[in-house]
Design a protein. Structure first.
Length: 264
């Protein structure tokens, strides 16, 4: 049947992955570093992903395509705050009605906490099941850390530098804590799998309402992680701040720091 459906120009696509997370029906995929319409039957043709593409690689066209079939569970229901609420409900937490879209709320998982750091050396402590309780000292100084959950004016922002950290970087690099988190605030986000639509506006508010002097974007070397830099750059422009220093640090899959460059 003929109907309206998206078209992705592979020449313009840089593989940032923003359109993947913007498509709540899960129709778009990343293949070999490029976005593709992997499931035509799940594309509703409304073009919600168009505004999320920083390269203008997505357009709408009318052509022969399978009839639209809405998947039973969209990506939106399986990511971000929705995933938190789903898990809380399933676990009987009772906090699903206490968590606002942004802010701390009453849920234990999103309640703001600031923890004092000690200067004790790293040590192995006993744990359960034959595993050590703690091996290395953590440099995380606050909670929450997920960008959906942090309050805009959280006390841990203050005059500290802010790390915008990809969710994969701490797994790839064992150095993330001492190299990036020590003495800094941190928010974690995934440009590919999170519900990223509110991220630009929220980060812009965080930049505008706090005396953050510098932002470090710690991203992976895979193309889809470049979306994290696009989000921060757009938020910086929206915030109106011209004095904020922003740097992008790219981490390779083996944890090596590949590059550090300024972002403007």
């Amino acid at each position: 049947m003929k109907r309206t459906i998206i078209r992705i120009d592979s020449e313009k696509c840089d593989g940032c992955g923003l359109c993947v997370s913007a498509c709540h029906e899960g129709a778009i995929e990343l293949r070999n570093g490029k976005a593709v319409l992997g499931k035509e039957q799940h594309c509703d043709g409304l073009g919600a992903c168009l505004g999320d593409c920083p390269r203008g690689a997505i357009t709408l066209e009318e052509r022969d395509a399978p009839a639209f079939f809405e998947p039973p569970v969209g990506a939106d229901a399986a990511s971000g705050v929705h995933a938190h609420l789903h898990a809380a409900t399933a676990a009987g937490c009772g906090c699903e009605d206490q968590l606002p879209a942004f802010g701390a709320g009453g849920c234990p998982g999103s309640r703001v906490r600031v923890q004092e750091k000690t200067t004790a050396p790293d040590a192995v402590t006993s744990g359960t099941s034959g595993l050590p309780g703690k091996v290395n000292t953590s440099d995380l100084s606050h909670w929450p850390v997920q960008l959906h959950l942090v309050p805009v004016q959280a006390p841990f922002f203050g005059d500290r530098e802010l790390v915008v950290l990809s969710t994969c970087a701490p797994v790839a690099s064992a150095d993330v804590h001492w190299r990036f988190l020590r003495g800094r605030a941190v928010v974690i986000a995934c440009p590919k799998l999170d519900r990223t639509a509110p991220y630009v506006e929220k980060l812009a508010e965080i930049f505008a309402q706090n005396r953050i002097p510098k932002v470090l974007i710690v991203r992976m070397s895979v193309p889809c992680c470049g979306g994290l830099t696009h989000i921060v750059r757009d938020a910086l422009r929206l915030s109106g701040r011209t004095d904020l220093v922003v740097e992008e640090i790219t981490v390779d899959l083996d944890g090596t720091i590949l590059s550090t460059r300024p972002v403007s």
